[in-house]
Design a protein around this ligand. Sequence first.
Ligand SMILES: Nc1ncnc2c1ncn2[C@@H]1O[C@H](COP(=O)(O)OP(=O)(O)OP(=O)(O)O)[C@@H](O)[C@H]1O
Length: 393
Amino acid sequence: MDGPPECFAWRSLRDTFRSDWSDEASDVGVIVGCSGGADSVALVRLIVERYRERFGDNRAHSPPLRIGHFNHRLRADQSDADEQFVVELADTLGVPVDVGRSSDPSSPDAEAGLRQDRRDFFLKTAAATGCRYVALAHTADDQAETILHHLLRGTGSAGMKGMQSARPLGSDFVIRRPLLKVRREDIRTALRQIGQAWREDASNSQTRYTRNWIRHEAMPLLRQRFPKADEAIVRAAENQTQLDGMVSRLARQWIDAFVIDPPDAMEDGREENFRSEVWIRRPVASRPGVEQMPHSTWPHSSELANEVPIITAACQIVFAELGWPRRDMNRNHWMRLAEAIATDAGGGSSSDSDTTTPPLSAVSIGHWPGHLEGFQSAHFVRLRWERRGEIDN
Ligand SMILES: Nc1ncnc2c1ncn2[C@@H]1O[C@H](COP(=O)(O)OP(=O)(O)OP(=O)(O)O)[C@@H](O)[C@H]1O
């Protein structure tokens, strides 16, 4: 098949695609997930076009390029017609195609189950064919819908970040999403310009699944009032990603400034890769001979609300490093823990100047899920994890 004619919408789509899909990406074996819908048909065309440019017809030394289609068999004839369409597209483009089929078409009925089936298929096929990338055609519209979905369901900051353009799949593969900055309607315009057909997904026309309800009911309503709703949601998520990076950096500085191993940490179960206690140094009132902590990173009570995200992030890092399970800690628990660490509970007295042994005059500052208790003295907050039964991370 000839390359697409030089049409404006196609060229613009190609530019955006190539700003994410670098030359190095073309040197890695890739399987392109194609449902037959407009987005993934466009992605197939873009990747094939780039690949041709780079390797021409010399396939002997080029990395593998394949198309993968999974037939969920949810819509009888329609599903088979989708499969047929993708097989014919692959044939026309001269690209090998791998087809997987659901063994149990009557289930699962939930969106998460369908995605898992597809994921397993991509993992197996990538492994069998020497591909490292699985390229998917999520768009800016998908991104906005996903973020809105996470937001409405209740999400931490990770959910607010939305989908990443590169993400590990298992330990050996990478999911790539080079169309995350492209609007769905721009893809359709570009495909029309180059005369490329696609299949409309009948399941996308139903409102059976929550995401499709967001896609077909909620987002169109929002766009009527806010034509740039998608861009605004995606921008909020990008800001969140930047803020998350900044909070992680500050959390690491906070750990370096305040968190120390207890002096007896070496006897404290280190050999099992588990420590049951961590100490956090508290700033003390200025006294001769007592080292001052950097007050700028220890919150004054009036600033506590601003610092809670940093202390929370620091605690999450410490939990991960100590092997303490986080499973039962919800948002309120983390906030309560951060506040308890930073607030003066009046434990001990500043005349307790021995900063190397566990303070006897510590007061309890609370309990958290998983047998965690905190104590505070003049110099330290101690977090103690009482190990009962197995650690189940
Ligand atoms: N049945 C399938 N077989 C192979 N890949 C798929 C299949 N369904 C989806 N994908 C891949 O996963 C991506 C995201 O799927 P999703 O269903 O969220 O998107 P979509 O809006 O329906 O995309 P499209 O317009 O390409 O069908 C698709 O763009 C495509 O790359």
